[in-house]
Design a protein around this ligand. Structure first.
Ligand code: F3S
Length: 406
């Protein structure tokens, strides 16, 4: 990969060991991906923040970067941590976990990252523009910014997104290039999704059908809302690492003339009907009464929190069950201001920020059976709890019915 003189100097350690290490990682990725050069970025999203998933190695790495006085060169937001940074005691997070988690977040903040701790940075002050090149990790955010916003990012992991943030550049390859953003598989949706969970199940099913790096072009859901696309993308990224999808009549790039021509030539096609969607609900059909019912994977928008408050109206969460909504701090503040949080709490639920049901240590909080409206969460909960927790996928409406009395 070609490097400018300045980049060579960074690589040779003239600006410190931290930047040299970050450059080495980017050059290695670029060489593997066939990149010819690096390109500048102004935004990043850094995943791998939760102490549950990142552990002591990440804590040591980030604190060592702070000691070396490294700082990010982009607007860098953080993915969810393992707990609500302010209300971790209300979640009953063990103190030892909380102390380490707070140290990780403080260290990232000292590197200059925004302690946003959300997987929806585009709802919290880090929203890429159409066509903008960025360096994002977090699979759901990658799918959203590529597909719904029409920005461009590769599928970065936490460490390479951090390196990209420190250097302010990413290798020019993969989904940054026009030729890799063209659709490859037509998906005809031949049923009418009735709930946000149906969109999530659809995304999950599509993810299972695509081959590596294949871009699905979805037909038949041109009325999907942004929130529904958010759920669809997250689930497709979970089951099939989908980083980019197009929805005919809905997402921005597929309407362009060259793309339309390419799409009209697509030969491979699948159909998704009610039967396929039912198979997803069956896959995530854990038996048993829930002890945790939770929504906000990806983190809820303010519209979704409002719907939760409305559906809880006149109902009370059962004593033995927790009902938790996860959202970014910004959305949670809006929800408080608009009275939604009070309504959710007075029904017996709660709203937490900075974390989620997958990256929080829910198995250590005593939960065993989780109901959720997100196929991504249903997919990861058993995996991230070493099988201690099971999950069931239901619509938001049915989630609320399952854990409340009227
Ligand atoms: Fe976000 Fe956690 Fe789901 S990071 S996409 S809420 S698994």
């Amino acid at each position: 990969m070609y490097l400018t003189n300045d980049e060579e100097r960074l690589l040779n350690g003239e600006s410190g060991a931290a930047l040299a290490q970050a450059m080495r990682l980017l050059v290695c990725l670029g060489d593997l991906g066939g990149a010819k050069r690096l390109v500048p970025i102004k935004r990043s999203q850094i995943a791998g923040i939760s102490y549950k998933t990142a552990g002591d190695p990440t804590l040591e790495l980030v604190e060592s970067l702070v000691q070396e006085k490294a700082t990010v060169r982009t607007r860098a937001s953080l993915n969810p941590a393992g707990m609500d940074l302010n209300r971790w005691k209300d979640m009953k997070i063990p103190k030892a976990f909380a102390e380490k988690q707070l140290r990780i977040c403080e260290a990232y903040e000292r590197l200059g990252a925004m302690p946003s701790c959300t997987c929806t940075p585009y709802l919290s002050g880090n929203k890429p523009r159409f066509g903008e090149t960025v360096g994002f990790s977090e699979s759901s955010a990658i799918a959203f910014v590529n597909s719904v916003l029409g920005a461009r990012t590769n599928r970065h992991g936490g460490l390479d997104a951090l390196s990209a943030a420190l250097v302010g550049k990413v290798p020019l390859m993969g989904y940054l290039l026009d030729e890799n953003r063209v659709g490859a598989l037509r998906v005809r949706v031949v049923f009418k999704p009735k709930s946000e969970a149906d969109y999530s199940a659809l995304g999950y099913f599509i993810g299972k059908c695509v081959k590596t790096d294949e871009v699905p072009v979805i037909q038949g859901i041109d009325r999907a809302s942004v929130d529904e696309l958010k759920l669809l993308g997250a689930a497709s990224a979970a089951s099939g690492s989908v980083a980019l999808f197009h929805v005919i009549g809905r997402t921005p790039e597929v309407s362009s003339k060259p793309m339309k021509d390419e799409v009209s030539r697509l030969r491979s096609e699948i159909q998704v009907g009610q039967g396929e969607i039912l198979s997803v609900y069956e896959e995530f059909g854990a038996e048993g009464e829930p002890d945790l019912v939770t929504v906000g994977c990806p983190h809820c928008s303010i519209r979704e929190v409002a719907v939760v408050a409305d559906l809880l109206s006149g109902r009370a969460v059962k004593k033995k069950t927790k009902f938790w909504v996860f959202a970014s701090l910004r959305v949670a503040k809006d929800a408080e201001r608009l009275g939604y949080t009070d309504r959710i709490r007075s029904a017996g639920g709660d709203v937490f920020c900075h974390t989620c049901m997958v990256v929080a240590p829910i198995e250590d909080l005593g939960f065993r059976c989780v109901y959720t409206n997100s196929a991504k969460a249903a997919f990861y909960i058993p995996r991230m709890t070493q099988g201690k927790c099971v999950a069931k996928l239901l619509s938001l409406r049915n989630c609320i019915k399952a854990c409340t009395t009227s």
